[in-house]
Design a binder for this molecule. Structure first.
Ligand code: C2O
Ligand code: CU
Ligand code: CU
Length: 651
């Protein structure tokens, strides 16, 4: 599959060259070149015209008929300092050209979104200091290139990321009955200027962290006081095992505006307390999951296991839940969305700023699809042009925060709550993470990892060791995925800073063997295959599918008998990465591409990375509860645009 894409890309690029040359010539002309004839010739080679020192005044980044895992047709471009860079998108998909380098507030030095068939000038590229600038597509971060700027001294080279705001650690609630009011909240997401309007559970994004002992029944009453246009809501506790009616079904058991609903979580599995876990709760409403999560309806939930508490892992203030997400902000610091149609197609300038507030928007195909009784597959954000990706990176609801720590071990519970983006996490000083858990219980043994890739909804429970680092700062950042991987890449940038202040006593330890949940014996027979693909065509409309079909709330795709153990096959036959989530159970990963899963997948899981062509076998025992549950891609645009299905447990 990936190889096919590659061949296709090359041919497409060549075929377009003639057309491209014509368009490029036009750009060169507009940008004020004195020698139009040279311009045509040079532009055809993707270099632009020659300036005084023999360096091009302008250049074009071309994007060919590449497919969603495509590449820039011109990954290396050069301009002079006062030159102009343009992007010309001949692909069927929207792409961005975004600099890795940022200013001190984490804003990319240049960032343009280019709709299919469009050409845009990259304003931020003019006036940069001489040097090399890596750029990438935020929607498909595996697309990478380098801009070389030539010239003398001076110019903008960005700034070192400042980590101005302290990390916001959401308040912890431990009650057996928790009440969460969903309401509109003003919240401090950016260091300067206005606060940002969000939709929250309990007045903050993330909502309060609920901490409850395993095996102890927990009630969460959710009341909907959101604006009328938000509509009904549905809350899902991601990772947990509970009755179908409390699962956060997309079309039933909704929380209507002005009403409340109580969800019951028993925190047991097959009569035994559930493993110590790091779950999260979030909205799951039909067709609006992306919007509702983007607006802030997310929070964390920790299940405490007494056995785990006894082994000596860091606790208290040294046990920090970190929710990683990306957002785009408008000039007034409000949440903007990339695929709001007028931004992509209406010529709004996306440089550094989205043109529209999510709050104020009222466009049909995002807000009303559910009410129209069907989904519109065509239109500006029909698949595959759906990627809710922001240009700023946030931790616990703030851009680039910092946390003061002692020079001791910390337990970080890392969650990627983004709608679409994935992160390849590293520490700036090169120290590794010691991963102890997945979010669904501890691993059998700690795994030392230099980087940890987290797709949407994935978690990693890690220990970081700050011993010997007193007086230094350590940055948690995200870097590109390794070269040669045929999957959607990861975001690039700084996430947060640890300010390691002083040495302190530390009696924490990380045992070699961890109290890990028991794994089921996986049957050899595969009871169900879930195949994730893109279906349809540009004329009739495309949609994300499971087993060739778009989601239908009235259809059951697979039935399982309560009490049985089944092995399922998850398979990606599309050409981009998906992150597949199975509701209701915590699963054993039996194999990945026919091999034993990597050490960090040897505990329980609920969300798996599936790069193009990957096949993952999983197994679980269907205990305690009957009724329908979801299977879906947790890239929320994909979920909202069809990539969801239903299995039903029956007696
Ligand atoms: Cu985290 Cu079905 O969702
Ligand atoms: Cu792209
Ligand atoms: Cu997907």
């Amino acid at each position: 599959m990936p190889c096919v894409t590659r061949t296709h890309r090359r041919t497409g690029g060549l075929a377009l060259l003639a057309v491209a040359a014509l368009v490029a010539a036009l750009i060169v002309h507009v940008s004020g070149s004195s020698e139009p004839e040279d311009g045509v010739a040079a532009a055809a080679l993707g270099a632009g015209t020659s300036g005084e020192r023999g360096t091009p005044v302008s250049a074009v980044v071309r994007i060919g008929l590449a497919g969603p895992t495509g590449d820039y047709a011109t990954p290396r471009v050069t301009i002079s300092q006062d030159g102009q860079l343009s992007v010309e998108n001949n692909d069927r998909y929207s792409h961005t050209v975004t600099s890795e380098a940022t200013d001190a507030e984490g804003r990319p030095l240049f960032d343009v979104t280019v709709a299919p068939g469009a050409t845009r000038v990259v304003r931020g590229a003019t006036g940069l200091a001489a040097g090399d600038y890596g750029f990438y597509c935020r929607l498909h971060p595996n697309m990478r290139g380098t801009l070389t700027v030539t010239g003398g001294s001076g110019g903008n080279s960005g700034g070192k990321q400042r980590f101005t705001m302290p990390l916001a650690v959401p308040r912890t609630v431990t009650d057996a009955h928790v009440r969460l009011d969903m309401r509109r909240t003003q919240s401090r997401m950016l260091p300067d200027g206005r606060r940002t309007t969000a939709w929250t559970y309990g007045g903050s994004w993330p909502g309060p962290t609920i901490r409850r002992p395993a095996g102890r029944q927990t009630l969460v009453t959710v009341a909907n006081h959101l604006p009328r246009k938000a509509g009904s809501m549905s809350m899902h506790l991601h990772g947990s095992h509970h009755a179908s009616r409390y699962d956060g079904q997309p079309t039933t058991f909704l929380v209507r505006r002005g009403h409340s609903r109580t969800y019951r979580y028993d925190l047991v599995d097959d009569g035994k307390p559930a493993p110590g876990s790091f779950f999260w709760y979030h909205d799951h409403r039909m067709d609006r999951t992306t919007r509702n999560n983007w607006m802030g309806l997310q929070g964390m939930f920790i299940v405490e296991d007494p056995q785990e508490a006894a082994i000596g892992l860091p606790q208290g203030v040294r046990d920090v839940p970190l929710m990683i997400a990306d957002r785009t902000f408008t000039k007034r610091n409000q949440l903007g969305m990339l695929h709001e149609p007028s931004m992509v197609h209406g010529g709004h300038d996306m440089d550094h700023d989205a043109g529209h507030d999510m709050e104020g928007m009222d466009h049909g195909d995002m807000g009303d699809m559910g009410d129209m009784g069907g989904m519109a597959w065509t239109g500006p954000h029909a698949p595959p042009n759906d990627a809710s990706v922001g240009n700023r990176l946030l931790v616990n609801g703030r851009v680039a925060p910092h946390l003061r720590t002692t020079a001791t071990r910390y337990r970080l519970r890392l969650l990627n709550s983004s709608a679409f983006s994935s992160y390849n996490l590293v520490l700036s000083n090169g120290r590794p993470f010691t991963q102890i858990g997945t979010g669904d219980g501890l691993l059998p043994h700690p795994v030392v990892r230099k980087h940890i890739l987290l797709g949407p909804a994935q978690r990693a429970d890690v220990i970081v060791d700050f011993h010997g680092l007193a007086g230094t700062n350590v940055v948690l950042k995200t870097v590109p995925r390794a070269k040669g991987i045929e999957g959607t890449g990861s975001r690039v940038g700084d996430l947060m800073q640890f300010r390691v202040r002083r040495a302190a006593a530390d009696d924490s330890r990380v045992p070699k063997d961890l109290p890990t949940p028991e794994l089921v014996d996986a049957p050899r027979k595969i009871s169900m295959t879930w195949d994730f693909s893109l279906e349809g065509d540009p004329e009739t409309g495309s949609f994300w599918a499971i087993n060739g079909k778009a989601y239908d709330a009235d259809r059951v795709d697979h039935r399982v008998k309560l009490g049985t153990v089944e092995t399922w096959k998850l398979k990606n036959t599309s050409d981009i990465t998906h992150y597949v989530h199975l509701h209701q159970l915590q699963w054993r990963t039996v194999s990945r591409n026919g091999k034993r899963p990597p050490p960090w997948e040897r505990g329980l899981e609920d969300t798996w990375k599936l790069d193009p062509g990957e096949v993952v076998l999983v197994a679980a025992k269907f205990t305690d509860y009957t009724g329908p549950f979801m299977v879906h891609c947790h890239m929320l645009d994909h979920e909202d645009h069809g990539m969801m299905a239903t299995f039903e447990v029956h007696r």
